[in-house]
Design a protein around this ligand. Structure first.
Ligand code: NAD
Ligand code: DAU
Length: 355
């Protein structure tokens, strides 16, 4: 069946993998990527597919409901995969209003436009897939059972509160207006094209540059790590085959303390750079902890496994080595996203297109 899919946030880290996955795997689909190109959005992440006939890029804000309505009409959108968000916890501590605007109100604008566009269509021909996070569940103590889909929401940061709120709106639109929805809650992703404000690319960059590796607190906080391509494949499964109105957890069953992730990265990166083993350990620097830092996340993904047969394909060590190699061979990408040159370039291009 030909589908017309609106992917939001497709120029970001996970979004670019999802866009590439859908454009390649489903040449019969039309894929429209709506992205505002904030500091985290980068069209260079999609350079290899930007000329594909089934791909269109639109620069714009998910909160601009008139724009979103017009995209639904113009492209006859029958599926949404919604990833656009402010995604970094530390930024949310500095600017919570931005997170509420983008993550909560932006999601509401998409839901409303979808509701209006799909009102007279059979529900089994449309789907709104909301991409969310495990952070909505709050934090676990060591030994506590992993989050499952029925775990009570208990967000702590402005980021996770804004995502939890958006999840609630998605459910409200399902229960109140019958909007066909699915939600996925995923753990920490890693892989190519991740903006170097996040732990793994930040550390790879700093190891290469012999700069300090900032570990918040003692480094004992635990995250569950999943390769971004495994996440893209899980989204594909849930978008096509997940049950209406359901949530699915996605995770790697791969819990690591931050300090151990950084030590593993040091081992791999030193090897790849031909440095003496462990020579970058001296760069580890314990810094002031993140406010309200969640101690541990762990995901129970049994439902996704049992219902849709999904399981991650990447092992952590191999996935991390491939990721390190990607960053080492894409130094210009790293240089561009940290110099701000690309932001200027795309802003100018966008302004020129409008005039
Ligand atoms: P990211 O920060 O790399 O990318 C976000 C993208 O959204 C960027 O391209 C940005 O330009 C775009 N965007 C921001 N505000 C926008 C707006 N108002 N209108 C249109 N586009 C806008 O984020 P990511 O890490 O790729 O995360 C993508 C989604 O997945 C988010 O919803 C996030 O909550 C969720 N998620 C992320 C992780 C993770 O580990 N990174 C894990 C689970 C869930
Ligand atoms: O769990 C899913 C979430 O994972 C997503 O919803 C978020 O969008 C994504 O940013 C990520 O959130 P985290 O806060 O877990 O990711 P981050 O890479 O910022 O941090 C990972 C861990 O490392 C966390 O415990 C904080 C710590 N950290 C992070 C940075 C940037 C450090 O110790 N030092 C650092 O410099």
């Amino acid at each position: 069946m030909k589908r017309h899919i609106l992917i939001t946030g497709g120029a970001g880290f996970i979004g670019s993998h999802v866009v590439r996955h859908f454009v390649h795997k489903y040449p019969e689909y039309e894929v429209v990527n709506l992205d505002l190109l904030t500091y985290a959005g980068n069209l260079a992440n999609l350079r290899d597919i930007e000329q594909e006939a089934n791909y269109h890029f639109v620069r714009g804000d998910i909160g601009d409901i008139d724009l979103v309505r017009s995209l639904f009409r113009e492209h006859r959108i029958d599926g949404v995969i919604h990833l656009a968000a402010e995604s970094h916890v530390d930024r949310s501590i500095r600017d919570p209003f931005l997170f509420a605007r983008t993550n909560t109100l932006g999601t509401l604008s998409l839901l409303q436009a979808a509701r209006e566009a799909w009102e007279s269509l059979p529900t089994n021909t449309c789907r709104f897939h909301h991409v969310s996070t495990d952070e909505v569940y709050g934090a676990l103590q060591p030994g506590e059972e992993a989050f499952c889909e029925t775990t009570r929401y208990n967000p702590h940061s402005p980021y996770s509160a804004s995502k939890a709120s958006s999840d609630h709106f998605v459910r409200a639109y399902h229960d109140t207006y019958g909007l066909p929805v699915v939600i996925t809650n995923c753990s920490n992703n890693y892989g190519p094209y991740q903006f170097p404000e996040k732990l793994i690319p930040l550390c790879i960059r700093n190891i290469c540059a012999n700069k300090s590796l900032p570990i918040y607190g003692k480094g004992e906080n635990v995250r569950d790590w999943l390769h971004v391509q495994d996440h893209a494949e899980a989204i594909d499964e849930v978008f096509h085959r997940g049950r209406d109105g359901e949530s699915y957890n996605i995770g790697g069953i791969n819990e690591w303390r931050n300090i151990d992730v950084v030590k593993l990265l040091i081992r791999i990166t030193d090897e790849e750079l031909g440095r003496a083993p462990g020579s970058s350990e001296k760069l580890i620097t314990h810094v002031t902890d993140r406010a309200g830092h969640d101690l541990r996340y762990a995901i129970n993904a049994d439902k996704l496994r049992a219902e849709l047969g999904w399981s991650p394909k990447h092992t952590f060590e191999d996935g991390l080595r491939d990721t390190v190699r990607w960053y080492l061979t894409h130094k210009q990408w790293m240089e561009d996203v940290t110099s701000g040159a690309y932001e200027r370039y795309y802003s100018e291009m966008y302004e020129n297109r409008r005039s």
